[in-house]
Design a protein around this ligand. Structure first.
Ligand SMILES: Cc1cc2nc3c(=O)[nH]c(=O)nc-3n(C[C@H](O)[C@H](O)[C@H](O)COP(=O)(O)O)c2cc1C
Length: 322
């Protein structure tokens, strides 16, 4: 089974990916957070930093694009192919209001005819395999019947399904029965994504869906950066490696942002998941999140590494009853 690191805007940028790969690995593909191509057929300097081969060396990376304009997708996908990428992913899952109101991400799912025309144009013009990351629909999972018929008409290299609708955001349990039905009817390879946190979750998903080509994990892999490696039979995380990972990432952010304060803010995002791997992290976690300056932040991170034991699995319970 292949394991993918889900794209997570604000967390899984180039620095995070390379530091994760260095200290933990176990991931078969890393998807970039979405890039939005515009009518100007060139990437911005910020986008270029994200996708520059030099910043992704030795990593299996799949760039993700967010747009509803076929022409913009085509120039960007072909430019990415020219940079050496072997796959480009289309985001049809982002549920955020600002994206959806422009008819992009999960918002595009409200317009199946437009999506069909978009895919028809894209697949006749791109020079690189295109995969799709989708939700089940906007309001009702029954919308997926029509959407899957459309996807089945195109050579989608892999269809990642996050079995929620846009209105669910990330609430409630993933709609597993809808996923199973879609898996049975997809003409293209399918990847499952949603709420895999523990090794047992991953093994259960492998057993439940032997036909999937891959499992994609987002929050669970930030909460336990060794999760993919561990599921494949490798070692779990230990404090020394987590600390090395932390210090490496914090150092990279300090250089990248030219500001320890901004690096601290970015690290707090990582900790909002990683804290769940530490037993009894409530008190120190609260202090770390409250830290107003980098010196204080560093002291609190150090206290966590020195005093809290690791759990066997991250206790990240976004959908489980408390
Ligand atoms: C903070 C955050 C940022 C995200 N950014 C993206 C993104 O850029 N592109 C995308 O397709 N999905 C994005 N997602 C969705 C994740 O890729 C993933 O589908 C979702 O978190 C469910 O998987 P998980 O339960 O394994 O985390 C984001 C989710 C979160 C919470």
């Amino acid at each position: 089974m292949q394991y993918y690191f889900a794209p997570m805007e604000g967390v899984t940028g180039a620095a995070f990916r390379s530091v994760h790969h260095r200290w933990f690995g176990g991931v078969d593909k890393y998807f970039t957070p979405f890039l939005t191509p515009t009518e100007q057929p060139r990437f911005t300097p910020r986008q270029l930093r994200e996708i520059a081969p030099a910043n992704n060396e030795g990593l299996p990376v799949v760039p993700q694009l967010l747009t509803r304009r076929a022409a913009d997708f085509i120039w960007a996908a072909n430019a990415l192919a020219a940079l050496g990428y072997h796959e480009v992913n289309l985001n049809l899952g982002c549920p955020s209001g600002t994206v959806v109101s422009k008819g992009k991400g999960a918002g595009f799912l409200a317009d199946p005819d437009g999506l069909d025309r978009f895919l028809d144009t894209v697949f006749s013009a791109v020079s690189v395999p295109v995969s799709i990351k989708t939700r089940l629909g906007v309001r009702d999972p029954a919308e997926f019947g029509r959407l899957l018929e459309i996807y089945n008409r195109y050579p989608v290299s892999e269809l990642t399904i996050h079995p929620r609708v846009q209105k669910d955001l990330y609430r409630g349990a993933p709609r597993r029965e809808c996923f199973a039905a879609a898996l049975a009817r997809s003409a293209n390879p399918v990847c499952y994504n949603g709420d895999l946190v523990t090794r047992a979750d991953c093994l259960a998903a492998q057993a439940a869906y032997p036909a999937v080509s891959a499992l994609m994990i987002g929050r669970g892999l930030i909460a336990d950066p060794a999760l993919a490696r561990r599921v494949k039979g490798g070692p779990g995380a230990d404090i020394a490696t987590l600390r090395a990972f932390h210090d490496n990432l914090y150092g990279r952010y300090c250089t990248l942002f030219g500001s320890r304060h901004n690096a601290m803010l970015r690290m707090k995002e990582v900790w909002s998941y990683l804290l769940f791997l530490f037993d009894g992290s409530e008190k120190l976690g609260k202090r770390l999140k409250k830290a107003a300056d980098p010196r204080e932040y560093e002291l609190q991170a150090d206290a966590i590494f020195r005093s809290l034991p690791l759990r066997a699995d991250a206790a990240y319970g976004w959908y489980r009853p408390a």
